[in-house]
Design a protein around this ligand. Structure first.
Ligand SMILES: Nc1ncnc2c1ncn2[C@@H]1O[C@H](COP(=O)(O)OP(=O)(O)O)[C@@H](O)[C@H]1O
Ligand SMILES: [Mg+2]
Length: 216
């Protein structure tokens, strides 16, 4: 779809979506101004389904998720892409927000200025750093999360810690393991970062500044 000559993506919410959550997502997006995060053009909140109109990010007009790119073994400069994704996440954290759902479906690849760049999307689970959520899951739900939501840090699933920059860094590390396992095999720097980010102890994980420096 086009809006003033720009290709846009329309995010349509389910009928039961709460207006406050849609407004929150729009409000968060409005505060961003970074090449690794989408621009919000507008929101349609007068009637259901609610919609957000975002800058479209893709390659040759097609939407390419990080997950899809890994599965199709897309040959791109993965080290630079991982550095840029860390940069976008760092920007969010510095603005005071946690993403809380960083995974292969929620990072797009975009062909801008003759190079492929990552764009982090989906701020539906985003929270202010000062208002993180603490999960309280029963044993059965914990097992389900550990199996099907592997990008979520163990301390969140177990309920020992609330969401944090460190739990986002865990998800970032899990994203990296998907590349190091299949595409960039034996890339020592990426291997070391991904392993360090998914350490069980959140305090033993590297910071995004450490990661960005190592990927320079
Ligand atoms: N800015 C965008 N440009 C291109 N495609 C997008 C954009 N935003 C979302 N999409 C597509 O829509 C899908 C769902 O968007 P997302 O924000 O992740 O919503 P959901 O909460 O349904 O997961 C994404 O995986 C992607 O394929
Ligand atoms: Mg999503």
């Amino acid at each position: 779809m086009f809006y003033i000559g720009i290709t846009v993506a329309v995010k349509t919410f389910q009928e039961d979506a709460k207006i406050d959550l849609v407004k929150w997502e729009a409000d968060v997006l409005n505060r961003f101004d970074h090449p690794g995060l989408p621009l919000l053009f507008g929101a349609s909140l007068e009637e259901k389904p609610y919609r957000l109109v975002l800058q479209f990010h893709g390659i040759d007009g097609k939407c390419v998720t990080f997950k899809g790119a890994v599965e199709s073994m897309l040959q791109v400069d993965w080290v630079r892409i991982c550095k840029e994704a860390a940069d976008a996440l760092d920007f969010m954290h510095k603005k005071g927000f946690l993403h809380n759902d960083l995974k292969g479906d929620n990072v797009l690849l975009s062909n801008d200025n003759n190079a492929i760049h990552p764009v982090i999307i989906d701020f539906g689970k985003c929270r202010s750093i000062t208002n993180p959520k603490r999960y309280s899951l029963r044993a059965k739900e914990q097992r389900k999360y550990s199996k099907y939501h592997r990008h979520i840090a163990p301390e969140l699933i177990e309920g020992t810690h609330p969401q944090s920059c460190e739990s986002d860094i865990y998800s970032y590390g899990y994203l990296l393991t998907q590349i190091t396992r299949s595409i960039t095999k034996n890339h020592t720097v990426l291997d070391n970062i991904s392993i360090a980010c998914v350490r069980r102890n959140p305090l033993k994980r590297p910071t995004l500044s450490d990661i960005i420096l190592k990927l320079k």
